[in-house]
Design a protein around this ligand. Structure first.
Ligand code: ATP
Ligand code: ZN
Length: 287
């Protein structure tokens, strides 16, 4: 039996930790949470889990200490040169934006010409400024970037924004969205075959978990004269299951519906006369 294990690095404690652990658990991999450990081994799967600060994960993958990792795309873009995004995970969505004091008027990126910007993401910021042909002074700081303008350390900031409430409470306004970010799986180009086989199976499981959370099972009763239009709205994985109801003129339709367009489609189904609509969560969806 092959005893080789795949090693994944996840954030030790922070915004990515809980989701990273839960996605592994839903993929059927038993994981202890990393509170007191650096490394743990799954009892049920050939996987070792390394718990690190998120900023350190790209370097561990580059150095081959970890085979893959889960980080925010922002950290990947800042520190991930030489490694790749293997898959997107859809959680921890945020954006990286430029912000300035709210009383300032803003006409465009040239605002920053000759000014000082505080950030923890100098690489991404420099790339943006270079693309726009702007030369600004980048002041790298590691935390509490949002207080920099208030204490006179910088004219503006470049930082993570999700709701924007941190900006508002520091008297700042968002003026440019530079990148959107979500959690991603990162890895190197070439893994040994035995590890690649584990990775392929792990990705298959993770994609099935993600597909299930992004989709719902839907059952409804449709008047036969609207059946075709209703089926067009909900194609399902192949095509919907349609069965006659005991009451003549009506059919029962079963299908799968994506979360993204859920409410819009429900509205259209009701307008077409669909009744008794039931929506059921899917536990796993094999993709
Ligand atoms: P560490 O101690 O591991 O260095 P950290 O303080 O750098 O942690 P966290 O605040 O835990 O990082 O954020 C981890 C990642 O979560 C970020 O890199 C980003 O991708 C994402 N993220 C950060 N803030 C938010 C937010 N407000 N909403 C959603 N996702 C966010
Ligand atoms: Zn960090």
């Amino acid at each position: 039996m092959n005893m080789e294990k795949l090693r994944i690095a996840i954030q030790k404690s922070g915004r990515l930790s809980e989701k990273s652990v839960s996605i592994l658990k839903e993929a059927g991999i038993s994981v202890t949470n990393g509170a007191r450990k650096l490394l743990s081994v799954s009892g049920s799967y050939p996987l070792e889990i390394l718990y690190l600060r998120d900023d350190d994960i790209p370097q561990y993958v580059k150095d081959k200490v970890a085979d893959i990792g889960i980080v925010g795309e922002n950290v990947y873009s800042e520190k991930g040169s030489g490694i790749n995004i293997i898959d997107r995970l859809g959680f921890s969505r945020c954006r990286l934006s430029l912000a300035i004091p709210k009383q300032e008027s803003y006409s465009g990126p040239e605002y920053f010409e000759g000014r000082k910007i505080a950030t923890s993401y100098p690489v991404i910021l420099k790339q943006f400024l270079d693309e726009k042909g702007i030369s600004a002074e980048i002041h790298e700081i590691s935390g509490s970037v949002e207080v920099a303008p208030g204490i006179g350390l910088a004219d503006g900031i470049f930082d993570i924004v999700s709701s924007g409430s941190t900006l508002i409470s520091n008297g700042l306004k968002e003026v440019e969205v530079v990148m959107h970010s979500e959690a991603v799986i990162i890895g190197r180009e070439h893994l040994p075959d035995s590890k690649q086989a584990i990775l392929d199976d792990l990705l298959f499981r993770i994609r099935s978990v993600l597909a299930a959370t992004n989709n719902k099972y839907i059952l409804l009763n449709a008047p036969n004269e609207q059946l075709e239009k209703i089926i067009d709205l909900i194609p399902g994985m192949k095509s919907p299951t349609v069965m006659p109801l005991a009451e003549s003129g009506w059919s029962s339709v079963h299908s799968v519906l994506s979360e993204d367009q859920f409410w819009q489609i429900i509205g259209e189904l009701r307008a077409l006369g669909a009744q008794g609509i039931l929506v059921i969560p899917i536990e796993k969806m094999i993709v």
